[in-house]
Structure formats: structure tokens, C-alpha cells
Design a protein around this ligand. Structure first.
Ligand SMILES: Cc1ncc(COP(=O)(O)O)c(C=O)c1O
Length: 380
């Protein structure tokens, strides 16, 4: 059979490769971004209870209403920003589906989508399969700061969308209020849609404030915000997330959503809605992960790795340039095979595999795992 791949350049993701290598070599796996400790028992019980009390048929297309109300309440509480639970919030099968659906609802043949590299890996294929073209802006270690003149120079009449991600996977940096104001300014009076991937919104350190797109009134009018309960409630395997946007944008989103997913796992939605009644379940996340970040960094402070403490997310990037000048993919593989510790090389998220000699380590792990990992890293 003959066919042309619609995604000829897409292979197995680095996450799958590194996790497989970690399993094969029985290495400590700090590569893929998921916790190795259990999801909350209370939340598990609430989902079980939802199953036992009849939440077993299709949820409404836009999501269980209790959950949409809880999400709307969260935006009021944290950002004093209102999203109408019936018209402006949709529950999705993880943030990935929200991102894919947003892109396919709006991006047409030859439309341009600006992304910042290193970029999370699901953006580019989604743009490409819908006939669009990504226009990449490469950021550099260690600060990954944005040159807004460069961004302005990349905007063209074909620019349909800009995708942003703060707190940022993989670098662990966050965007400042000034960055958001710059973004607002360059998109003002345009028809550019902003996709603000905020899956790590509750994981921001050192008393910094998460600068959600909804805090900036003009930006909010053109933005989709995507979020992931997997990141917030330590259960990435459940694949429940959501997106919010002004009504006109959300109406278009739902036209696609209703025919590729329709609705997502109902008991999980009801359980999460009940769990979110206590805001501490998400407000406590900063402290929880900051302690883990500090534990990890204190333990490796004497190592030969150089770092700036992660500002957000549950990732820490480490610069290994004092250890070797190997290509980061080779070094990450060698670390896994020889030293039994798996990480993610950053070049795979970069334009033309730019190699800044940095690896990403996930610290959403038990203290015991972090202690073991640090013991290894100290002696490299
Ligand atoms: C930046 C970013 N966006 C989106 C996602 C996908 O989230 P979900 O697992 O809810 O689909 C991830 C997961 O790692 C991520 O890091």
C-alpha cells in the first residue's frame, strides 16, 4: 500500500525513548514528567463514589457542570477573572486534546503559528497536520528570555496564532508581567489568537505570581487557556484537563470537540469537582513542589552540574558543560546506561537540535527517589 505520511518527520518521542532506556537499564527515571507517588486517596474515593452513585454515562459535551462551576470559581478566586461555566469552559481529555482541538478549529492551510523553542512537543505536529506552518523563535539557556522585537518581526499577515507556555516546560522559567504586557501590545488590534498553555499554573516558586493570560483584558479576549488536572492532582494517567476562552472562540472550539471527543470520563470529572471544593487542593501545590525542588538542589549543590533554581513546573534543568562536551542526547543516554539515571536532553525541543548542554530532570518524585538520584549526580 502506498501513502504519504502527513507527519513524515515525526518519530517516537524522546519521553518514550528515555523511559524505555530507563526501564531496560533499571535506571532512576527522572525523565518523563509524572509523579511516582500516589494520587490523593480522598480524590480516588470521590471518583469511586461518583461511579457508585451513577456518574457512568456520557457527561455533557462541555463537561460535568459541577466541574465547570469549580473551574469558574477558581478563576474568580485566583485572578478575579470570570469565565461563564456554560459558555466559556470546556473539559477535555487532558491539555493535549485541548491544544490539538484549538489548533484544528482555527489553523488552515499555510497559516502561521508562532512558537517559542524549546517547545513542548505536541504543538508543532498539531499545526503541521492541519496544514499550518510553525514559525519558531529560539530562546537560549540559561534565562530563556524573550526578545520582543524579534517576536514583532516574525508577525506577518499569515500569523493566525501564538502559542505560549508559562511556567515553561522544559526550562522551568516563568514569564513576567512585562512579557505578558508585551504580548498584549503586539497582538492588539490584530486577529491573532493566543494559546496560553498554563498546565503548570499552580507550580510557581519563591512567591512569584503566575501571570495568566486572563489577567490582561485585551489578551484575555483573544486567548485560550489550557490546563491539566493531571499536573495539578498528581494523576497524569487520568488525562483530564480543560480550556477556557471567550464565548465566540469557545463556540468554534466546541464544533470540533463534539465530533472528535464529545465528552470525557464522567466519574473523574465529578470526583475532581467535589475535590476542588477545598481550594487548598490546588493552592498548596507551590509549597509542596518548592520543598521538593529545594531538597533536590541542596543535595546536588556540590555536584559539577550548574543550575539556576527552577521558577516553576516540576522540572529542573542542569547544565553539564563542566563535565563533558558530549551532545546532550548522547550524554543523557550514557547517564542512563552507565550511571543509571534518566533525564531529557533539551536539544530535542529546540530549533535545529540546538545543544546548550542542558538536561531536564523531573522532581515530582518521592523524597527517597530524589535522595538516590542526587547521590548519583553528586559523583558524576
Ligand atoms: C507544557 C505542557 N503542555 C501540555 C501537556 C499535556 O498535558 P496533559 O497530560 O493534560 O495532556 C504537558 C504534559 O507534560 C506539558 O508539559
Amino acid at each position: 500500500m502506498n501513502f504519504n505520511s502527513k507527519l513524515p518527520n515525526v518519530g517516537t518521542t524522546i519521553f518514550t525513548i528515555m523511559s524505555a532506556l530507563a526501564n531496560e537499564h533499571k535506571a532512576i527515571n527522572l525523565s518523563q514528567g509524572f509523579p511516582n507517588y500516589p494520587s490523593s486517596q480522598k480524590l480516588n474515593d470521590l471518583v469511586t463514589n461518583a461511579m457508585n452513585t451513577g456518574y457512568n454515562q456520557y457527561a455533557p459535551m462541555a463537561g460535568n457542570l459541577d466541574l465547570r462551576l469549580a473551574i469558574a470559581h477558581k478563576y474568580e478566586l485566583l485572578y478575579k477573572s470570570s469565565y461563564h461555566p456554560e459558555k466559556e469552559i470546556t473539559v477535555t481529555a487532558g491539555a493535549t486534546q485541548a491544544i490539538y482541538t484549538i489548533i484544528s478549529a482555527f489553523v488552515r492551510l499555510n497559516d502561521e503559528v508562532i512558537i517559542f523553542k524549546p517547545a513542548y512537543d505536541c504543538y508543532e505536529p498539531a499545526v503541521e497536520i492541519n496544514g499550518g506552518k510553525t514559525v519558531a523563535i529560539q530562546l537560549s539557556a540559561p534565562n530563556y528570555g524573550v526578545n520582543w522585537d524579534e517576536v514583532a518581526s516574525k508577525i506577518s499577515p499569515k500569523t493566525k496564532m501564538i502559542i505560549i507556555n508559562s511556567p515553561h516546560n522544559p526550562s522551568g522559567t516563568i514569564w513576567s508581567k512585562e512579557d505578558m504586557l508585551q504580548l498584549q501590545k503586539i497582538t492588539e488590534n490584530t486577529n491573532i489568537i493566543v494559546l496560553s498553555d498554563e498546565v503548570y499554573e499552580h507550580i510557581v516558586f519563591d512567591d512569584a505570581q503566575h501571570q495568566s493570560a486572563c489577567l490582561f483584558s485585551d489578551l484575555k479576549q483573544r486567548s485560550f487557556i489550557t490546563a491539566s488536572f493531571g499536573k495539578t492532582f498528581h494523576n497524569t494517567g487520568w488525562k483530564i484537563g480543560y480550556c477556557c476562552a471567550p464565548e465566540a472562540l469557545m463556540t468554534e472550539f466546541r464544533k470540533v470537540h463534539q465530533f472528535n471527543v464529545f465528552s470525557v470520563h464522567h466519574p473523574s470529572q465529578k470526583g475532581i469537582a467535589d475535590y476542588m471544593q477545598d481550594a487548598e487542593t490546588y493552592l498548596g501545590l507551590n509549597t509542596f513542589f518548592q520543598r521538593k525542588r529545594d531538597l533536590f538542589l541542596n543535595l546536588i549543590s556540590e555536584s559539577r552540574f550548574k543550575f539556576q533554581p527552577s521558577q516553576g513546573t516540576y522540572f529542573q534543568v542542569l547544565d553539564y558543560s563542566e563535565i563533558t562536551d558530549e551532545y546532550d542526547v548522547d550524554f543523557a543516554k550514557r547517564l542512563t546506561k552507565e550511571f543509571k539515571i534518566a533525564s531529557i536532553p533539551l536539544s530535542v525541543f529546540n530549533e535545529k537540535d540546538k545543544d546548550d548542554k542542558v538536561l531536564r530532570f523531573c522532581f515530582a518524585k518521592t523524597d527517597e527517589t530524589l535522595l538516590k538520584a542526587a547521590e548519583v549526580l553528586k559523583h558524576i
